[in-house]
Structures are given as C-alpha cells and as structure tokens.
Write a protein that binds this ligand. Structure first.
Ligand code: AMP
Ligand code: GLY
Length: 426
C-alpha cells in the first residue's frame, strides 16, 4: 500500500486524509489532530528535517502539503532532488499567495482580470491617504504578506480608509508594502484546480462563508462553512473565468518557469464587468476542501501522481452528483482572541452515517474524552440531491453535536441567488 505523509492539522487535512485513504493510501498526518487517524502531534510542519526523518522511517515517497506556511517556507525546495516527491508548489509558486504585491504584478504582467490597484511602501502613507480620498474611500487596503486573513481592510468611506491605513501602520513596524485596490462588488466564488503548471483540472466551483454572522455580517473568520457546486456558476461564467483568469495564469507560470505542482486556488469576484481575480492561494481552501473532496468521484491520489509524473493531460475529473454543504461548529467567542476551549464534545456517535464529521481543532484528555481545542472545532458535511436537501440534512444533524458555547452560522448554502449581475455578464 502507498504510504503518504500529509502536512497540516485542520479540517482540510482531515478531509484530505479521508479522501486519500479512500483512494487506497496509508496516510500519516503531521501534526494532525485528535480526530484524524495516524496523527503525529510531535512533528511541526516547519521542521523539515524531522519531516524528512519521518518519511524515511515510514517509507513514504510522497508528501502532500495542506497549509500555506510550509509552502512559503520552502518545503518543496527542501525536498527537491531527494526521492521524496512533494505535492505543493515551491517557494516561488507559493509567492502567488504569500505576497499580494508580487501576485498583483504577476496578474498584470500576464493579463489576468483583476481590480485596479496602486502599490505603496510604508514611507508613502500620505500618498496612499490622498489616493484613498480621491477614490472616495471605496478601496480595499491589503498588507503585503501572509497575515492569516487579517491583512485586508474593505472600506466604504474616506474615514474608514484612513482608519485602515492607521491600523496598518500601527500593526506593522519597520518597512512594509501594501496595496490600495479599487473596491469591487459581486458574489465571490472559489475555483480550485490541480495543476502541474502546464495543465489544470478544476474541481467543482464552491463558495466559502467568511464572515461570522448570518447574511455575511460580523468579523471575518477562517471560514464558517462552504458548499458546492454553486448553482449560478454556469458554463458561460466558467468559460469567462477560464479565458480571463485561469488560462493567462497558467501561461504566466510557464513563461516565468516556476515549478507549480499542487492545488491552485482562484478567489474570484463576479462583477458586472466580468470575473475578477481577488487572490491566489497555493493550496486547497479551508472549508472548501471539506465539501470539494467528498464531491470528487475521481481518485485524488491518481490526480496527484499524474501531476507529479507530468501526465495530467490523461486525467479527467469526475464529480459525484448532488450537492455538498459543510457547516463549521465553532467555539463561542471565536474569532476574537481568548475564547475558552477544553469543553467535552458530545453527540458525534449519534450522527447519521451519511454525515461526514471532519475535525478542525480537537484533542483528547488523559481519559480519552474528546475536547474542543481551538476556534473552528468541527466541520459537518451533508449531501443531498438538491442544495436545499443537503442544507436541511446537515443542519438537522448538527443539532445532535454539542459542546459548551457552540456556535454555527445558520445560513450556509442559503445566500439569495444573484440575478442582476449575471444578466449583465451574459
Ligand atoms: P483577499 O485575501 O485578497 O482575498 O481578500 C479577502 C476578502 O476581502 C475577499 O474575500 C473579499 O471579500 C474582500 N476583497 C478583496 N479584494 C477586494 C476588492 N478589490 N473589492 C472588494 N472586496 C475585496
Ligand atoms: N477559504 C478561504 C481560504 O482557505 O483561504
């Protein structure tokens, strides 16, 4: 049996481990968590020497990377030339995610449809203030670097834009860069593919729900739920996304000759002027992975191996019929700092067998009791012939799972269908 080492320890990695196990692999997860079989909490995702030792000890020749941090730190470059193959881009490819300025310039060089933007250094804050005022405060301020989702300020007035720039200056000392972007509007979708830098095989379109509260209110989180496919994302829209965003990106990767074998994520806004790319991620989305992988009928292991062998051209991606909805069960207080954890989790054994329960942040105490251990504790995934069926099923089942101060967003997969935007697009 094929031995795989998977890096990461959230619900995305639980979904990856679950899928790769279904595909026939033995999956060891570093560090994993209490809900993921074969987890090894003693190994850190940034300790490349320890990861190498673990792979050698377990005869694993394939390393799959879940989160961005080890990619940005160069895990793929570290193993280059060894007999351990890594699914995940090298440091240069990961820069598409880790530097907003670099990725914006890449989009420009290769004609990828995106928002207009202006780049500034921290010593040019006054110029940025003037530009934001000129744009009536309808701007998005983006810090240039990995900021765990906290480096983006979406502003609606000059006052908000000035406050965002003040906050940026307060948060970061020394020299830094940032972008001002024109503020776009429209629904957002996640388009995620498996690519070898030459070809790409897209998974189903999906939608994340990043804000904490119903109707997209409240603070941004790591993601409170996701669903796929997205009914309004039809063939016309997908064709526009292909020609205006995906194809020029692949041409750019080839022209600049950097290694990119892994998941490539396009965060897209569907504006009245057509699809625009907001960001790249060099990995699977979380919580998108938790619905995309159950929806994927094809073997992920085969797709990964074909990517590394350069035979992706021979692969097709088959999706299972129906709809998948994933709802995050979060700790009350998240995403603010300092919320309590360590509460017993009950009811998982009562779930209907068709519900998948991916663990995001759980641990066990000395007696083996399962406890909460972070913000996004569990992701429950339900399936249905129609989106409404999947929604009803997962929410009914979610009532069975409990821990103190549990919070879930009540409207995952229930956004009103956008109409105006798409009639203009067509
Ligand atoms: P990013 O990390 O660049 O994807 O930005 C995080 C979130 O900010 C996105 O998911 C959008 O909701 C919002 N956002 C980013 N860029 C823009 C933009 N140009 N116009 C409007 N909203 C944006
Ligand atoms: N769901 C958004 C992300 O993974 O960045």
């Amino acid at each position: 049996m094929k031995n795989i080492v998977l890096l990461g320890g959230g619900a995305r990695e639980h979904a990856l481990a679950w899928k790769l196990t279904q595909d026939g692999a033995t999956v060891h997860v570093l560090p994993g968590n209490a809900g993921i079989p074969n987890s090894h909490p003693e190994i850190d995702v940034l300790d490349f020497a320890a990861i190498q030792g673990f792979c050698e000890e377990h005869g694993a020749k394939l390393l799959v990377v879940g989160p961005e941090a080890p990619l940005a730190a160069g895990v793929t470059d570290f193993f280059a030339g060894s007999d351990i193959r890594v699914f995940g881009p090298g440091r240069a490819g990961a820069t598409l995610e880790s530097s907003k300025v670099w990725s914006k310039n890449f989009m420009r060089r290769h004609g990828v449809a995106t928002a207009m933007s202006w780049q500034f250094r921290s010593d040019k804050l006054e110029e940025a203030r003037a530009k934001a005022a000129e744009l009536n405060g309808q701007v998005v301020v983006k810090f240039d670097g990995l900021a765990a989702g906290k480096g983006v300020y979406v502003c609606s007035s000059v006052e908000e834009a000035q406050a965002a720039l003040d906050d940026l200056a307060a948060q970061h000392s020394g020299w830094f860069s940032f972008l001002l972007e024109e503020k776009l509007s429209g629904p957002e979708i996640s388009i995620i593919g498996v690519t070898d830098g030459n070809r790409i095989r897209l998974l189903s379109p999906s939608q994340d729900h990043k804000q904490l509260l119903a109707h997209d209110q409240g603070p941004n989180t790591g993601g409170m739920g996701a669903y796929c496919p997205v009914p309004f994302c039809d063939d016309n829209i997908l064709a526009a996304i292909r020609t205006e965003i995906v194809d020029p990106t692949l041409e750019g990767i080839q022209a600049e000759q950097f290694e990119f074998r892994g998941f490539l994520y396009f965060g897209i806004m569907l504006t009245p002027q057509g699809p625009k790319l907001l960001e790249y991620n060099a990995r699977l989305g979380d919580p998108e992975a938790e619905v995309l992988l159950p929806a994927l009928q094809s073997s992920l292991l085969e797709l990964i191996e074909a990517t590394l062998d350069g035979t992706l051209a021979r692969c097709t991606v088959r999706q299972r019929p129906g709809h998948y909805v994933g709802v995050v069960l979060a700790s009350g207080g998240y995403p603010a700092a300092g919320f309590p954890t360590g509460f017993p989790i009950t009811g998982l054994d009562q779930l209907h067998p068709s519900i998948l329960a991916f663990h995001g942040a759980t641990r066990r105490n000395e007696t083996g009791e399962l406890l909460t251990n972070g913000g996004r504790v569990l992701v429950l995934v339900g399936h249905g012939a129609e989106l409404e069926d999947a929604v009803a099923h997962v929410y009914r089942e979610a009532e069975k799972v409990n821990f103190q101060y549990v919070y879930l967003r009540p409207d995952i997969g229930q956004r009103p269908e956008p109409t105006r935007i798409f009639s203009e697009l067509r």
